[in-house]
Design a protein around this ligand. Structure first.
Ligand SMILES: Cc1cc2nc3c(=O)[nH]c(=O)nc-3n(C[C@H](O)[C@H](O)[C@H](O)COP(=O)(O)OP(=O)(O)OC[C@H]3O[C@@H](n4cnc5c(N)ncnc54)[C@H](O)[C@@H]3O)c2cc1C
Length: 499
């Protein structure tokens, strides 16, 4: 590839803070709140106009804001963590008070939890509340601003170059937190990076990368659709055709009533079952569109609306601007075509219209730092212990596995997964932290809890004017314990020298 040399130039410094957080998504927002609450002057920088990332503008908010029980041995409140605590708990309770409809009340062990789907409505509540809690913490917020390169002094990050309507500017910081999801800051700093591998799919069906784009459809007459669905008689021939193109089980049952329409649409060329795009000379399969996700589903609190997502793409690099651009274009076109197919063919959707598409392609994984330690699925399954534990984490697939083996195991989350190798002055959080497969640390509650831990660590390092790699981890553990974090039982705390 040919290149040009960017001329050297002086860039105005618009802020000089203790902690700068790149990316106001789930992890970044909680990190900034925690850093500010721990006394650090903090600036959160977000490329969009609102914060919350995937649970905010990305519209992937509800389902289980806490989480559904992954195993009958687990109570609702003790899935990802042995219990809920900290800013994440505070956020959830306030979110419910504001009308966030998707959190079922805490329930007894083993109780089933219904998954209401209020993504579009609740994502605005999540964004609003995130901004409110950030403001209360005293952290500053700079939106509509892209984080570009880190300010580097040898191997130490000393701040960030940012780009917005004013052009290129600089923010100096004692500590920078990379919460961009795809480890943008770490990659540009030249830190060693772990890229997703195709074989991760064997460990997690959403890996590698697992991208998705949410959309909202208005004007749906669900009563009419239900009435049609109840009386729909599907011919044996159509059913056989459907069995070949739709996956078995839940999705097949969902699609059963519309098989004749899909078939007709495919035969007339109006509806494509599969689509691919060409990237770097390779053909990337966008997936079997009726297969996973594109069926718009209803949201109990939003009559007349349907929500949809198209997702699951492999072979994409979420850290590659050209890949993202190609997929954004293809997915948006696809969403338009899918919703028009429904409008033209499916009873109840005659007056429907595509109201909104989320402003960005969400990702469940992507590139992440190679940390001083990389957490793996094996660690999670084994419930491994680490002396630099900041909290206990129950990766859902690993939990399901260990519970089935007889003992539910939570793994110690070591501080080192947040520390990039070779680069100083930088912490990575959420999907940017170090995990294999790339989707291991994606869980939204995990991103919140890690956010608070990382923000606390950054404030500690900034206060002492030392590298995040040099802080006293026992001191950090003590602060997190005081904030309600669970690092293990009394015996374990004694072992760690915390009691
Ligand atoms: C389709 C889909 C379905 C999902 N379903 C679930 C589920 O059911 N349960 C669950 O727990 N999790 C789910 N997730 C995962 C979860 O939503 C994410 O993993 C979580 O949001 C990760 O948080 P994060 O803070 O690391 O990243 P994000 O929430 O993506 O935040 C990254 C933030 O950084 C900003 N940013 C990025 N680059 C820059 C830059 N250069 N400059 C400035 N800002 C930048 C982005 O705009 C964004 O606000 C799903 C994800 C997807 C995509």
């Amino acid at each position: 590839m040919s290149s040009v040399t960017e001329p050297e130039k002086k860039v105005p410094v618009i802020d000089d803070v203790d902690v700068a957080v790149a990316g106001g998504g789930v992890a970044g927002t909680f990190a900034a709140i925690a850093a500010a609450r721990n006394g650090a002057s903090t600036l959160l920088i977000e490329r969009f106009a609102s914060i919350g990332g995937n649970i905010g503008p990305g519209m992937i908010v509800s389902g289980g804001m806490i989480d559904t029980p992954f195993h009958e041995k687990l109570s609702y409140e003790s899935t990802i963590y042995p219990r809920l605590y900290g800013i994440a708990r505070e956020f959830l309770l306030r979110y419910v008070d504001l009308g966030g409809g998707s959190i079922p009340p805490f329930r007894d062990k083993g109780a089933q939890v219904s998954r209401e789907q209020n993504y579009a409505r609740d994502s605005n509540i999540a964004s609003y509340l995130a901004a409110q809690m950030l403001e209360e913490s005293g952290a500053q917020l700079l939106v509509s601003t892209q984080v570009a390169d880190p300010i580097l002094e040898e191997n130490c990050v000393r701040g960030l170059f940012v780009e917005n309507k004013s052009g290129r500017q600089a923010v100096k910081a004692k500590v920078v937190i990379d919460a961009t999801g795809e480890a943008d800051v770490a990659r540009r700093a030249g830190a060693p990076i772990l890229y997703p591998k195709d074989c991760y799919q064997e460990i997690d069906e959403h890996a590698p990368t697992g991208m998705g784009l949410g959309y909202l459809v208005g004007g749906v007459n669900w009563e009419k659709y239900d009435a049609y669905r109840e009386r729909a008689e599907i011919s044996a021939e159509d059913l056989e055709w459907g069995r070949e193109v739709f996956p078995e089980g839940y999705w097949y049952e969902e699609y059963r009533p519309i098989i004749p329409f899909v078939r007709k649409g495919v035969e007339t060329g109006e509806y494509k079952l599969r689509e691919s795009i060409t990237l770097d000379g390779r053909s990337i399969d966008l997936g079997n569109i009726p297969g996973y996700g594109p069926m718009p589903f209803r949201c109990p609190s939003m009559p007349g609306f349907a929500l949809g997502r198209i997702m699951l793409v492999r072979g994409m690099d979420a850290g590659n601007g050209l890949h993202i651009s190609a997929l954004e274009i293809a997915f948006r076109r696809r969403i338009f075509e899918i919703t028009h197919f429904w409008k033209n063919y499916v009873p109840g959707f005659e007056d429907s219209f595509l109201l909104y598409i989320a402003p960005y392609l969400g990702s469940r994984g992507g590139p992440c730092i190679e940390g001083e330690y990389t957490l793996t699925m094996d660690d999670c399954r084994a419930g491994r212990r680490f002396d630099d534990v900041l909290y206990l984490y129950g990766e859902n697939r690993a939990l399901r596995h260990s519970c089935s083996e007889g003992e539910c195991k939570w793994v110690d989350m070591p501080y080192r997964v947040m520390l990039p190798k070779k680069i100083d002055g930088l912490l990575a959080v959420g999907r940017s932290a170090s995990g294999i497969p790339d989707t291991l640390l994606r869980h939204r509650m995990a991103a919140k809890v890690m956010g608070q831990a990382v923000g606390t660590a950054a404030a500690l390092a900034a206060k002492q004017d030392i590298s995040p790699k040099k802080i006293d981890v026992t001191e950090l553990q003590g602060i997190l314990l005081d904030a309600g974090y669970y690092l293990g039982d009394r015996w374990r705390l004694k072992e760690l020298g915390l009691v």
